[in-house]
Design a binder for this molecule. Sequence first.
Ligand SMILES: [Zn+2]
Length: 355
Amino acid sequence: MKRFAWLVLVAFLLTTGFTSQESPEGPFPVRGIHFMVPQPDSVPAFVDFIKGPLRSSGVNTLILELNYSYRYESHPELASENALSQKQLQDIVAACRDSGINFIPMINLMGHQSWAETTFALLSKYPEFDETPGKYPNNKDIYCRSYCPQHPGLHKILFALIDELISVTDATDFHAGMDEVFLIGEDDCPRCRGQNRAQLLADEIKRIHAHLAEKKVRMWLWGDRLIDGETTGIGEWEASTNDTFAAIDMIPTDIVICDWHYEYSPPTAGMFALKGFPVVMSPWRKSDVALAHLEQMKHLRSASNKTLADRALGLVHTTWTSPENFMAAYSGDPSARESATESAECFKKLFKKLQ
Ligand SMILES: [Zn+2]
């Protein structure tokens, strides 16, 4: 009996000794994929795709970018044409739950309030929220419109949308987007003109974070506005050259950063981890980039101490086409768009290695 107790103690010490020194091995906590919203008619096919190929590929996280493509009960005026019903959204959520996949709803906040000539529902119904009201007719000469984070009427509406998505989907996580915000602190905004852009961005992130934290919901964010685009040479898309990156030191560090890079794999995930953030890396259509991201995340986990290694959560693949296109490309449909085919092939290669 005494001898047995000793054996147990030695075994316990050996085990704890190993786990405290050894970097985490095994599967990444996040093996994810990001989708735009499917058309209502395609929800059954999307549900089958989740329960079939996504599940068997080992996906455990699905981010669905809903934006205004949901029939919000709180704000029916903000639902776009072809928005999903509550039942359709819950069918997708149930398919994820049945497949062991964490469902994360997303609204892209701040930037991306328009695409080409189309201004999305928030700013077309509430033009007073526009950071550049009345300017850039037909969205000419700009990438996307932004809302003004300091408009006093804005957050009551945003929080109603966020709360409704969280409630309807039982989500524990929420992705707030905020990538490629180019219009911020504009001279055309009477509230923001002349203000520090990093502070403006950080304040908006903190407002959203505080609201989510009250509900014990974890916030996710694209990482580009938090990277210094000039020093790194990464540029103005996958990083920031519009004076926002200092926000990285002003925001809560429990936000999960989606560090997206589509052309090559700069060592930015390590920077986010060192700053205190949990981080995933996101590829799109280039398999060599996806596999380089995977190597980088593996290296972060194996070559760092436990504190940093634990922040390297994994990967989230991006599709940047409709789910319909991606599903067609995945099944080898030759009529699928080239970018969808490349993204589907990239997904397959990445997840084969992830398993
Ligand atoms: Zn403003």
